[in-house]
Design a protein around this ligand. Structure first.
Ligand code: ZN
Length: 114
């Protein structure tokens, strides 16, 4: 008797996987349909990305998008942009203020001369 036959006893018990039905990816809302997955940017609308633990994957073209990294990156870039904008705004204000001051001093000087 080979060892393999001893290990297998009777019928093979298969694990029950969660159903991956397409109906689970869509939800009807009134007259429109809400998609619960993002569509692939390469393949376009109609091709949805499969959702994994840490990434989204397109089964058609192999496009993968990592969840955490992209989210962090986008958040960081947004914060940086906002900070940069604030800095620019403050600098512009300061410049304006200094210009105004200069103008005032000039006006005062001219007034004194006259
Ligand atoms: Zn794709």
């Amino acid at each position: 008797m080979p060892k393999r036959q001893k290990e297998r006893k009777g019928k093979k018990v298969r694990k029950k996987h969660p159903k991956h039905l397409k109906s689970t990816l869509y939800e009807a809302k009134g007259y429109t349909v809400e998609r619960k997955r993002r569509s692939c940017p390469k393949c376009g609308a109609g091709i949805l990305l499969a959702e994994h633990k840490n990434r989204l994957n397109c089964g058609k073209c192999g496009y993968t998008e990592f969840k955490n990294k992209t989210e962090e990156k986008t958040a960081e870039t947004k914060e940086k942009k906002e900070k940069a904008d604030e800095k620019k705004a403050t600098e512009a204000k300061e410049e304006k203020a200094t210009e105004e001051k200069h103008q005032e001093t000039k006006e005062e000087k001219t007034g004194e001369v006259k």
